[in-house]
Design a protein around this ligand. Structure first.
Ligand code: CP
Ligand code: NVA
Length: 308
């Protein structure tokens, strides 16, 4: 058993294995074949933030694998009334077989994992969104037929999604250019970690405040909301600060002709992306969203059973 808290702990080989397994599980489902790899396993989902894709795909995914799920909003648990993470983790480990946690700080997920004797999966924190990025790599692989010799451009906020994408790309040896406004860069410790990985993998990492420079010759253009969960009070300021960082058709033209557009969703049309781009032919956002289901199944099988 192992935890899945960020991509930092995974090797290149393990990331590629998860993408491959996600593709295999997807093709099994498309053929109407549901092998009960996790029969009778109980998945708990402890969520302190909203979710459409992550929650639904994990719940449907564990059912397809022969298990079942319990959605546990923090306020319904004694955790919301002050029971410690340590006690909660120890108790839930006696009932459940694996847990997905979506919360604010990465340290909460880490602490939970420390006291949990069952696998803990990070379903998003302020720092990282690793389940998302496995689905994104699966989507890129489906579209491009490879996970090498590609350039990703990330435009916008240096948030949890950007940080995880950077780490993942630097592990896989993909080139990545990140364009963020001043003051919204990816955290220095994550950038340093990625630079170190890039030395081994051969990734070319570019950090700029110029979206045009970032998207030049990109195979994949990626953006995310300018206002992440928990930042609602900063909304007005952020909208001003992110002026010029919208992914428009004009910007897409600077990428490769066959570039795809990705967004983890939820999207805010007219802010980080125009409707023409996200609803246009280059956009693969709904395949990307679907792949959350297949990628999450792969992650659950991997943390419970290892390689199959
Ligand atoms: N992309 C993503 O994690 O979506 P949800 O917030 O709806 O789960
Ligand atoms: N960066 C966004 C991602 C939502 C899936 C957030 O944290 O709200």
């Amino acid at each position: 058993m192992r935890h899945f808290l960020s991509l930092n702990e995974l090797t290149k080989d393990e990331i590629l294995y998860l993408v491959d397994l996600a593709c295999r599980l997807k093709s099994e489902v498309k053929r109407g074949f549901f092998f009960p790899y996790l029969k009778h396993k109980a998945l708990g989902l402890i969520f302190t933030k909203a979710s459409t894709r992550t929650r639904v795909s994990f719940e449907v995914g564990i059912n397809q694998l022969g298990g079942y799920s319990l959605y546990l909003s923090k306020n319904d648990l004694q955790l919301g009334r002050g029971e410690t993470i340590e006690d909660t983790a120890k108790v839930l480990s006696r009932y459940l077989d694996l847990i997905v946690i979506r919360t604010y700080t990465q340290s909460e997920v880490e602490e939970f994992a420390k006291y949990s004797s069952i696998p803990v999966i990070n379903g998003l924190t302020d720092d990282y969104h690793p389940t998302q990025i496995i689905a994104d790599f699966q989507t890129i692989f489906e579209e491009k037929g490879k996970l090498k010799d590609l350039k990703i451009a990330y435009i916008g906020d240096g948030n949890n999604v950007a940080a995880t994408l950077l780490v993942g790309a630097s592990k896989l040896g993909l080139d990545i250019a990140v364009a963020t406004p001043k003051g919204y860069e990816i955290k220095k410790e994550v950038v340093d970690f990625a630079k170190d990985e890039a030395k081994r993998s051969g990734s070319n990492l570019i950090f700029t405040d110029n979206p045009k420079e970032a998207v030049k010759d990109a195979d994949v253009v990626y953006t995310d909301t300018w206002v992440s969960m928990g930042q609602e009070e900063e909304k007005e300021k952020r909208i001003k600060d992110f002026e010029g960082y919208q992914v428009t058709q004009e910007l897409m033209k600077l990428a490769k002709e066959d570039a795809i557009f990705l967004h983890c969703l939820p999207a805010y049309r007219g802010f980080e992306v125009t409707p023409e781009v996200i609803d246009g032919p280059q956009s693969k956002v709904f395949d990307e969203a679907e792949n959350r289901l297949h990628a999450h199944k792969a992650i659950m099988v991997f943390v419970c059973l290892g390689r199959i």
